[in-house]
Design a binder for this molecule. Structure first.
Ligand SMILES: Nc1ncnc2c1ncn2[C@@H]1O[C@H](COP(=O)(O)OP(=O)(O)OP(=O)(O)O)[C@@H](O)[C@H]1O
Ligand SMILES: O=C(O)C[C@@H](O)[C@H](O)C(=O)CO
Length: 335
């Protein structure tokens, strides 16, 4: 029991909506970008990573997005096919738009940054008329990635998807996924993210992301419990506040909360991807009907595996890998 009721008669467990991009992760780690010579190419984009995480955990998944009509777009689509992610609503752009690129700099395990190339990107060209109602109604849950709200027409496509999801009782999950360089101002981010969050059943964001959303609404004092309460007065049943290496707090509408720590990784390679793997495994737990504490533990263990790996998407773990890590951790803690 976790406060979320999914419609059981659905062909798909989960649909991700938003960007499908390319990550180019530096091979020479512990070096600044200026000195980096080679990169490895992976499918990337936060909602893509989350959907891939769920697919690797065995969920039946699909995606709504737009890719470029070139080698990168085709690479992304074929990667999704291989994981059995339904791409019937992944549209190909025909206006010459490109795939967003994220070059990652891994200066040290704790000093990582991302250089994003996002001019004229295909993902933000998804149009409301391209979102298929018939696809959304086949799913138990849909994830909206906040970056898809950064400009039109993708912004309107998100609102269209939300309309269809609500009409067909599809659980709506919002990952704020704030990438400041995609937006004109923090106020613009706050206005659109708040408009979406008030229609969502589950909200997942870092403390700093909630701070951005609270620029236009307050309160002045940043408090996780007060933040969650504000969304429980709208549609939300679960609010997750992420705190990086300090773990996370999950709040539930009935007044419950669960403070979760992390699974310290044996070797942290980079920290990005933690949020996506946490979200994927957390949502998987919700779909299984697990209590939120178990979903949170599963998410943290999944994040630990991804921060120990070079990639985000490719490194998303299986159920067995996560269970093994949790078992190992428990065995070590009881020594
Ligand atoms: N260094 C770490 N080692 C182990 N687990 C971690 C680490 N950093 C984060 N996590 C786990 O991942 C969860 C989400 O991390 P975080 O709050 O950094 O998300 P995020 O900011 O969305 O991440 P991202 O860098 O992917 O955007 C945390 O609650 C924690 O469980
Ligand atoms: O979200 C992106 O566009 C880039 C991701 O794929 C990247 O690897 C990351 O930042 C994960 O948090």
């Amino acid at each position: 029991m976790n406060h979320i009721t999914f419609q059981q008669d659905r062909e798909l467990d989960f649909i991700g909506l938003g960007r499908l991009c390319i990550d180019l992760n530096a091979n020479e780690i512990n070096r600044p970008m200026e000195e980096t010579l080679t990169f490895t190419k992976y499918v990337g984009g936060s909602p893509a990573n989350i959907t891939i995480a769920l697919a690797k955990l065995g969920a039946r998944t699909g995606f709504i997005g737009k890719v470029s009509d070139d080698q990168f777009g085709r690479f992304i689509k074929s990667y999704l096919h291989k994981l059995n992610i339904d791409t019937r609503n992944v549209v190909t752009d025909h206006t010459g738009a490109v795939t967003g690129l994220a070059f990652t700099e891994i200066k040290s395990p704790t000093d990582c940054s991302i250089l994003m190339y996002r001019n004229n990107v295909a993902d933000l060209k998804l149009e409301a008329g391209e979102v298929q109602e018939d696809f959304i109604k086949r799913a138990k849950a849909i994830l909206i990635s906040g970056t898809a709200l950064a400009s039109s027409p993708s912004r309107e496509a998100v609102f269209q998807a939300i309309e269809y999801a609500r009409k067909h009782q599809v659980v709506i999950i919002f990952d704020v996924d704030y990438r400041r360089w995609t937006w004109k101002s923090k106020e613009e981010t706050a206005i659109y993210c708040n408009l979406v969050a008030e229609q969502c059943d589950v909200i997942i964001a870092g403390r700093e992301e909630f701070d951005v959303m609270e620029i236009v609404t307050g309160p002045e004092v940043k408090d996780d419990s007060a933040t969650a309460q504000r969304w429980f007065e709208r549609q939300a049943k679960i609010v997750v506040v992420k705190h990086g290496g300090d773990g996370s707090i999950v709040f539930t509408k009935d007044g419950g909360s669960s403070q979760g720590g992390i699974f310290p990784a044996k070797q942290v390679i980079k920290t990005f991807g933690a949020g996506d793997s946490f979200a994927g495994a957390f949502i998987y737990g919700l779909l299984q009907g697990w209590p939120v504490e178990k979903c949170q533990e599963f998410g943290s263990a999944s994040a630990s595996i991804v921060v120990s790996s070079h990639s985000c998407s490719d490194a998303m773990p299986t159920v067995e890998q996560i269970e093994n890590l949790i078992r190992e951790h428990r065995a070590n803690s009881s020594i």
